[in-house]
Design a protein around this ligand. Structure first.
Ligand SMILES: Cc1cc2nc3c(=O)[nH]c(=O)nc-3n(C[C@H](O)[C@H](O)[C@H](O)COP(=O)(O)OP(=O)(O)OC[C@H]3O[C@@H](n4cnc5c(N)ncnc54)[C@H](O)[C@@H]3O)c2cc1C
Ligand SMILES: NC(=O)c1ccc[n+]([C@@H]2O[C@H](COP(=O)([O-])OP(=O)(O)OC[C@H]3O[C@@H](n4cnc5c(N)ncnc54)[C@H](OP(=O)(O)O)[C@@H]3O)[C@@H](O)[C@H]2O)c1
Length: 388
């Protein structure tokens, strides 16, 4: 297996490259309920290098509207200096809330601070109930539906100072995105496939920090985006004659577009098989034209599609794997490398279960022997996952 080389540039996680966005295109067609973006980032001339399978690390900022609302709830101006761990000099409250701190996932600790500070009897009673030892489950649910701003709104009597408030916030950390391009095909560029996170909780619209920074707030060729390359053990086999099987529904398809570009550019002779799925074929076949072209040109051996909502009963990538079990087993026996990318919570677990089942049934193995087979695949780096 090829391990990614260390990027040979002065730009690192601690010294990110201020890159520019060249393109921001919605991949889904009209009528889709999904919003998946194809983003092109300019790294030309920076010296930043990457291998297919690597991810791009991105530093982003919080939404200005939320920051201003928080400043108002705190009764502050935004110019107040606050001290943050790891930073020698104080920064303004506005800078800290915009660029340095995460405004999500409040913990029990801020409830305790608010309970100690509020002069409002009703708030105190409510906080007391939430903090009771027997209320652990209720408290988790309560906090899980809220960000810090909700607490400032719901407990205005607590009157935290800017410093007391920021002391409860964790650092805003960079997000990683699978690189969807090969440097051989697109030198000087990094392509990403991003699903902006938007949902509602506690009667508030929520916006994923980094995904919606890209989708809504980065101006093409203007806004600097601090990026770095995060090397990965996820990558193509060194031997270009090896077959590869790629399972990547939704945004999970990103690294496999990079793999294919790399294999085509390098004239790799190994066969390529993709399992892709999303909601509807007509609107959500991400990079569909590219897969179709590679298939028509004989560069892909197989593309198996699972459009979950094109029929009454859901069909997922693991259903397509089971349908193709005999051929999948033949590829595995022939030494193919099996890759999975995308949702860790449900998809990757179900795909893993399907893989075990297929190996057991096709190989005539009992469950323990099939598990050993999979373990050996992992040891041999023939089963690689990049799931999130
Ligand atoms: C190696 C790696 C590769 C990745 N590659 C990609 C990629 O190619 N494309 C891509 O789009 N992402 C990818 N991700 C995920 C990406 O890093 C971010 O986690 C994702 O974009 C969300 O970040 P955010 O800052 O927009 O959202 P955040 O501000 O981090 O918010 C996300 C959080 O919101 C909460 N949340 C989300 N939806 C809901 C909901 N419906 N209800 C309640 N709470 C919810 C959850 O707590 C979730 O953790 C990858 C992650 C890793 C680790
Ligand atoms: N860790 C995370 O926070 C995380 C990880 C992945 C995705 N997401 C979020 O999900 C949203 C969209 O992500 P995405 O575009 O990558 O697509 P996705 O939601 O992963 O969906 C892609 C396809 O996978 C299907 N699917 C659902 N459950 C599955 C399962 N158990 N096994 C196999 N396939 C399954 C979906 O079907 P149906 O929808 O019809 O059921 C859909 O057809 C984004 O908001 C993204 O942030 C979050």
């Amino acid at each position: 297996m090829s391990l990614s080389p260390t990027p040979n540039s002065s730009f690192t996680k601690d010294n990110p490259l201020p890159a520019k966005l060249l393109e921001n295109r919605v991949l889904n067609k009209d009528g889709s309920s999904k919003d998946t973006r194809h983003l092109v980032i300019d790294i030309a001339g920076s010296g930043l290098t990457y291998s297919v399978g690597d991810s791009l690390g991105v530093y982003s900022s919080n939404r200005p509207q939320i920051v201003e609302e928080i400043i108002e709830f705190l009764g502050a101006t935004g110019n107040e200096p606050v001290t943050l761990p790891r930073l020698a000099a104080p920064v303004s409250l506005r800078d800290a809330l915009t660029n340095k701190l995460s405004l999500a996932q409040p913990t029990k600790k801020i409830l305790e601070t608010m309970a100690a500070k509020t002069g409002d009897a009703e708030e105190q009673a409510r906080l007391g109930k939430l903090l009771a030892p027997e209320a652990a489950e209720i408290r988790e649910t309560f906090l899980g539906q809220r960000e810090f701003i909700d607490l400032l709104e719901e407990f205005p009597g607590a009157k935290l100072t800017p410093q007391e408030f920021t002391d409860h916030l964790r650092r805003l950390v960079p997000r990683l995105y699978s690189i969807a391009s090969s440097p051989k095909m697109f030198p000087g560029q990094v392509h990403l496939t991003i699903a902006p996170v938007r949902y509602e909780s506690n009667d508030r619209r929520r916006y994923g920090v980094c995904s919606t920074f890209f989708a809504d707030r980065v101006t093409r060729r203007k806004t600097p985006i601090p990026v770095f390359v995060a090397s990965s053990h996820f990558g193509l086999p060194e031997d270009p004659a090896k077959d590869i099987i790629m399972v990547g529904p939704g945004t999970g398809v990103a690294p496999f577009r990079a793999f294919m570009q790399e294999r085509v550019a390098a004239n790799a002779t190994g066969r390529n098989w993709l399992f892709f799925g999303d909601q509807h074929e007509a609107t959500d076949y991400l990079y569909g034209e590219e897969w179709k072209r590679w298939l028509a040109e004989g560069k892909m051996a197989r593309v198996d599609l699972a459009f979950s909502r094109d029929q009454p009963k859901k069909i997922y990538v693991q259903d397509r794997m089971r349908e193709a079990a005999a051929e999948l087993w033949a590829w595995l026996k022939g030494g193919a490398v099996f890759y999975v990318c995308g949702d860790a919570h449900r998809m990757a677990k179900d795909v893993d279960a399907a893989l075990h089942q297929i190996i057991a049934e096709q190989g005539g193995l009992d469950a323990a022997a099939a598990a050993d087979y999979v373990k050996q695949m992992k040891k041999d780096r023939r089963y690689q996952r990049d799931v999130y």
